[in-house]
Design a protein around this ligand. Sequence first.
Ligand SMILES: [Fe+2]
Ligand SMILES: [Fe+2]
Length: 244
Amino acid sequence: MYSSALRFAKEPGRVLGRAYPGALTLYNGGMDGPQPPAVTLDGLLRAADNALRALFAPAQASRTPPQLPDGAPLGESDRRLVAGLMRVNHAGEIAAQALYQGQALMARTEETRQFLLRAAAEEGDHLAWCEQRLRELGDRTSLLNPFWYAGAFAIGAAAAALSDRLSLGFVQETERQVEGHLSEHLARLPAQDARTRRILEVMQIEETGHARAAQAAGAAELPPPLRALMGLTSKLMTRSAYYV
Ligand SMILES: [Fe+2]
Ligand SMILES: [Fe+2]
């Protein structure tokens, strides 16, 4: 019995001496072995620090979108429309921070963790750009942000606890959906609001980059029901953050 157990430990895909093709593929499919995620005190502190900063401190951008034009005056109905859209985008960036931080905490390899933290840094700029634009428009961020943060963090951590490939699959799918939302928003923006348009265009280019990078890093294609569930969740978020 001990020798069987030993064989299991040494040969992924074999359980008690029997071959199970595909066994352990849930655990990273040969990407980095079946070891559990190494949650460190550093990781926990980083996650807590990021949550507090994303939710309660004014966001600081490390860059401005290139060729950002000045804001044109907007009538009240246009101002409210743009503020609603930017509140949705800001909530999306809050969720992106949480998702990436949850995933980084539970990542199984340092390589994946660094990939996630690099993307999270770019998302941090998106968060700051949305927050700044809302301020310029004299409006506020979503009151439901702590709720989105908690939910997205839990989903990110759970996906990453299963495997890096699944975790990267979440990144790819999330970014694809965000890209779609941004296209919709770009189509709805008032023609004269070139400033918001530029912010969203730069964000969209970078979200596409995140999706491609996740795919190149070995993202698993998520099953259609899971993709549909993610779509439903993001619809719930975009509908409510527009108003609340
Ligand atoms: Fe983003
Ligand atoms: Fe992104």
